[in-house]
Design a binder for this molecule. Sequence first.
Ligand SMILES: C[S@@+](CC[C@H](N)C(=O)[O-])C[C@H]1O[C@@H](n2cnc3c(N)ncnc32)[C@H](O)[C@@H]1O
Length: 364
Amino acid sequence: MQCDYFDAGVCRSCTLMGTPYAEQLTALSGRTREVLGEVIPPEAWLPAVANTESGFRNKAKLVVGGRRGAPTLGILDGSGNGVDLRHCGLYEPGLAEAVLAFADFVGAAGFTPYDVGTRSGELKHLILTHSPNGELMARFVFRSEGQIRKLADRLGELPGNTRVVTANLQPEHKAVLEGEQELVLSEQTQLPMPVNDVVLQLGPRSFFQTSTPMAARLYATAREWVAGIEPTRVADLYCGVGGFAHHLAAPGRQVQGVELSAAAVESARLVGTPGVSFAVADADRLEVPEADLVVVNPPRRGIGELAQTLEGSGVERILYSSCNPRSLAADLARLASYEVERARLFDMFPQTEHAEVLVSLRLI
Ligand SMILES: C[S@@+](CC[C@H](N)C(=O)[O-])C[C@H]1O[C@@H](n2cnc3c(N)ncnc32)[C@H](O)[C@@H]1O
């Protein structure tokens, strides 16, 4: 893939930009296997699942810079000035169109971009998520409440496929994307995300996998691997809006999702799959889950104290989906009573060295 922003040196987020995609994937597989070499035997690896090299991201996280009437949407440079990346090639085609339309909207509405140097201005970030249905969730991150009325008055000027609109408040002068407070301005609060035969629901502050087609392959692979095991009780820990849990539902099977975010659990429950329930809890500190199969899909840091709990639990099977091979390696080393049956790399983040790995474990 070729990128003008990369070639001009204005954005270096895609560290592998310019390397042919097949080469990237081979190198990524090699590095991932090396990091996991002590804990995953070579024969357990299935071929990596390739993505498309461009147009794969479902979410744009845009820093708003520039001037009132002439905003930049992209990142900030080393001096805190806005760098416009509105033509970034990583976005799904529908999202790419949306970024351009929202850039025009921000300019025409006259929102004043926040300026890091002088700590003045109002609009800090714009976060757009695009669904496979072609619908959008748009989150405007403001410094203060002052601009919310103005946004609410102009909802009719947003692209017609905008389903959810929110104003998030991030009053502090620090480099975080969003604040704790979020006001939904649209009638709808959820973006439906059809993935395989499941329509997940996504609320504003919940996690969703970066690339929807890759998420579909990940959940479908989990379903396929679990079909050969036929567990009657499944626990999906760090379940987010329930991607694994809903895909693993089956007649005669109870699936319980566990997640720290109450908002994500609320979204997960809206799907209403029979036999699937959700609880808000800290998965790190759970007692031994009552399940024949436990799915874990933790944040980058890994599963923390839960590794020790699972190690002594007698749970027959574990499916571990990880976005960080290093914490995965450390956690698998602590799960010494389990052997790795299968492992597969999913290229969720092309053009970067990040890897998503799914591993199935069996109690020895
Ligand atoms: C990588 S995401 C995976 C979400 C989901 N499995 C999916 O496929 O979309 C990790 C999730 O873990 C949640 N989380 C973080 N720490 C947690 C904890 N201690 N207990 C439970 N959930 C936690 C986050 O809110 C996030 O939804």
